[in-house]
Design a protein around this ligand. Structure first.
Ligand code: ADP
Ligand code: ASP
Ligand code: MG
Length: 439
């Protein structure tokens, strides 16, 4: 069997949904399980609606217009999602009344997008003559921990998923990406923005799929963000390790955790374009044929740069452990790190408010300076390992275009070389590196 995941734009209009019907029909012999995102725009609207409700304005008009407008185009009756929309309305009224939006409630609000699109997509496939059945991912057994907004799958639930799927008599099961339920308390959780990619490989691993297809709006993973580099090209093959690095360092086309379940079961992941299905896109496998030195340039923006200064203690025994135990206690994820004799510099994607308690503790034995609006720009490719001069070429290109580099990192694996720059320099840096390495 295979898993086919369709992103927001792929389920965003009548035309793209018609393309999906053709694609599913062409793969019926491979017994596809389909994962869908919310229709494009809906998750953002749900987030906005939750925020507005908290500020005293519970309103679902915008969501209703988008959702029901698309359903009208598809000739799908609105009764299919009426109950969900009514529940959403009640929930927003509740948020407004108690003036509180907990991470748990916020996940519940966001879950409505996929719960609606999954039902609509199944109805549209039935109209196209495919025997499709809609099921929420949690009703297929998907369980996670209870870390709302960024839940991690509970691998114990994989057996239950396989068992549930076997009991359903349909040509195609259509299920929700992005959402699950906590194994701890049964509340709805989300896997983080863009999480439907992660759902796809989770289901792929649970069902021992032959392949996972991620259908999106570009021809696979590209040599740079095509929104910045008009000359970006598709990358035919990537290794699991390269794809993980690309996703982790910001290539929006894949959720950062997408590759993990695929690696464990050695399942190829193919990234394809719904609007151009004949294009081969990108295949991600354990050992691709290596051709280029570097594969792609990616960036991760809006990071905080944290400088921890302690002239007396840095090299003393236990100092590092003390610093990192504070980060550990506050669940702070660090992206990049460098040390000098008196400073530890690191970056995190956390907000200043969330970082504050950790800073207060660090300030008890060091001086901490935090600077916002930084970005990691990163060159990724397994072929860079052992090739002399790649780093020099990268840093020369950046400095000759006037980009100031504030930190540098290259792991021993030499699969990526990263530089910390200002947010404002992302575009210049991406363009100059793309020109240097890919044009
Ligand atoms: P979907 O809704 O299908 O999940 P996303 O919007 O999440 O799609 O991801 C696809 C988008 O990612 C593309 O439209 C593109 O603008 C952006 N993107 C950023 N970096 C890259 C990259 N290196 N390769 C391909 N796409 C990228
Ligand atoms: N709908 C969710 C989002 O917009 C998940 C996804 O599309 O993958 O983030
Ligand atoms: Mg996405």
């Amino acid at each position: 069997m295979i898993v086919m995941k369709f992103g927001g734009t792929s389920v965003g209009s009548k035309d793209s949904i018609a393309n999906i019907a053709t694609l599913i029909k062409s793969r019926l012999d491979k017994k596809p399980l389909v994962i869908t995102s919310a229709h494009s725009g809906i998750t953002n609207m749900l987030i906005e609606a939750a925020d507005n409700a908290l500020k005293g304005n519970p309103d679902i008009t915008k969501i209703e217009n988008r959702q029901l407008g698309l359903m009208k185009d598809l000739g799908v009756d609105e009764s299919l999602v009426r109950e969900l929309l009514d529940n959403l309305k009640e929930l927003l009224n509740g948020i407004c009344m108690i003036e509180e939006l907990s991470p748990k409630t916020f996940d519940l609000v966001q879950s409505f997008g996929e719960r609606m699109s999954c039902r609509v997509l199944a109805a549209a496939m039935q109209k196209a003559g495919i025997k499709a059945e809609a099921k929420d991912a949690f009703d297929l057994g998907l369980r996670t921990d209870s870390k709302h907004g960024q839940a991690t799958p509970d691998e114990e639930s994989y057996h239950e998923i396989a068992r549930q799927v076997r009991t359903i008599d349909a040509d195609v099961i259509i299920t929700t990406g992005f959402i699950a339920k906590s194994a701890v308390d049964g509340n709805i959780t989300t896997l983080g923005r863009g999480g439907s990619d992660f759902s796809a490989t989770i289901f792929g691993a649970a069902l021992d799929a032959d392949e996972v297809e991620i259908w999106t709006d570009v021809n696979g993973v590209m040599t740079a963000d095509p929104g910045i580099c008009k000359n970006a090209k598709s990358i035919p093959q990537l290794s699991f390790a390269e794809a993980s690095e690309l996703a982790w360092y910001g290539a929006k086309v894949l959720h950062p955790s997408t590759i993990l379940p695929a690696v464990k079961k050695d399942i190829p992941v193919r990234v394809l374009n719904t609007m151009e299905p004949e294009n081969p896109g990108t295949v991600i496998v354990a050992s691709p044929e290596q051709t280029d030195i570097a594969k792609s340039v990616v960036y991760k923006e809006d990071l905080l740069l944290v400088n921890i200064n302690s002239s007396r203690m840095l090299l003393s025994h236990g100092f590092m452990a003390k610093v990192f135990s504070i980060f550990e206690n506050y669940n702070i994820v660090i992206n990049m790190i460098a040390t000098s004799e008196v400073t530890i510099s690191l970056t995190t994607a956390m907000s200043i408010e969330d970082l504050k308690p950790a800073i207060d503790e660090l300030n008890e034995f060091s001086t901490v300076e935090v600077r916002d609006r930084h970005a990691i720009i990163c060159l990724v490719g397994q072929g860079m390992s052992g090739v002399k001069g790649t780093a020099a070429k990268m840093f020369n290109a950046l400095s000759s275009s006037g980009v100031n580099i504030e930190m540098i990192s290259q792991g021993a694996g030499e699969i990526n070389i990263a530089a910390l720059v200002k947010n404002d320099d992302i575009e210049t840096a991406t363009k100059v590196l793309h020109q240097e390495f890919f044009e």
